[in-house]
Write a protein that binds this ligand. Structure first.
Ligand SMILES: Cc1cc2nc3c(=O)[nH]c(=O)nc-3n(C[C@H](O)[C@H](O)[C@H](O)COP(=O)(O)OP(=O)(O)OC[C@H]3O[C@@H](n4cnc5c(N)ncnc54)[C@H](O)[C@@H]3O)c2cc1C
Length: 263
């Protein structure tokens, strides 16, 4: 089933600061709310920029779509200054989304977020839970540099999934990274457990996850890649990454790829 991508004007219902340099944007966007999947993204047009900026769908409530974003440069700085009732030119939903077809009641799903990479994983946790899987089969490993940069912990708990934390400075959770948490988790699970990993964060984190799991046939891992993007529609090839199967477009073939395809 192919999802119809539309360009539309979405009204800002709310924009609020939720953490260090991090904002939650609520958009009235019925088409995207109805059609987005966990891992889909939208492409926002900001005045004074030719290129749109891509953001993952973070949450969907009724006809509203939430975006969780971190201020990184001029575009996100401008986005953070927008006000309620202004409208944004949005294209979406875009991208391939996480593949949940390999779910069984016994699969253990480990969601791994590095920093703002948590953005698409809240909708994913909700989607997996909706499939009526047991509470124990979904676990979130949340990592950030400091306690102040941990995002969405309460959202995951509200959904009813267990969260383990890691910070670089040890101010919350273990002192270390989500990959340290993953190693601990894999040791605790029985050898015949089938594990699906879903990750979003920096590419160095994906490489480290792959290194840990590459020889384990019971573990598969998908990750949402954040590449610089041009058109977002598959025409300009500005967002390609090299895979074992040749160059792939993050906007059209991704943003979600199997880690074995990439590393
Ligand atoms: C599919 C996809 C989903 C994304 N989802 C989210 C999300 O949910 N929340 C969020 O905060 N960000 C997300 N991003 C990243 C976001 O698009 C960039 O942070 C944003 O475009 C930066 O715009 P800017 O004008 O503020 O920064 P610029 O002025 O363009 O750049 C500022 C800094 O950010 C870096 N940067 C710019 N674009 C990207 C990018 N695409 N990926 C990584 N680094 C970048 C630049 O290297 C530079 O260091 C996503 C990216 C992709 C491709």
């Amino acid at each position: 089933m192919s999802i119809k991508v539309k360009q539309l004007n979405a009204k800002i219902k709310k924009i609020q600061k939720v953490g260090k340099d991090t904002f939650l944007l609520k958009l009235y966007c019925p088409h995207i709310a109805k059609n987005a999947l966990a891992g889909s993204f939208i492409h926002l047009r900001l005045k004074s920029f030719i290129l749109r900026r891509p953001f993952s769908v973070h949450r969907i409530e009724g006809e509203n779509v939430y975006i969780l974003f971190k201020v990184r440069g001029k575009g996100t700085n401008q986005l953070a200054k927008l006000k309620t009732n202004q409208t944004l030119d949005v294209i979406g939903p875009l991208g391939n989304a996480f593949n949940l077809s390999k779910q069984t009641k016994k699969t253990v799903n480990i969601l791994i977020a590095g920093g703002i990479g948590v953005a698409p994983l809240v909708l994913l946790a909700k989607t997996i839970k909706k499939a009526k899987l047991d509470k124990k089969t979904v676990k979130v490993l949340l990592g950030a540099q400091t306690k102040a940069e941990i995002l969405s912990e309460a959202d995951f708990k509200k959904i009813g999934v267990k969260v383990d934390l890691a910070t670089d400075d040890g101010s919350k959770g273990i002192k270390g990274t989500v990959v340290d948490l993953l190693k601990k988790e894999l040791k605790a699970l029985s050898l015949d457990t089938k594990i699906n990993i879903y990750a979003c964060g920096p590419e160095v984190m994906f490489a480290a996850i792959h290194k840990v799991i590459k020889n384990n046939k019971k573990v598969s891992a998908q990750a949402s890649f954040e590449q610089h993007m041009g058109c977002g529609l598959g025409f300009c090839c500005g967002c390609v990454i090299e895979t074992k199967d040749g160059y792939k477009k993050v906007c059209k073939d991704g943003p979600v790829f199997d880690l074995k395809e990439v590393f």
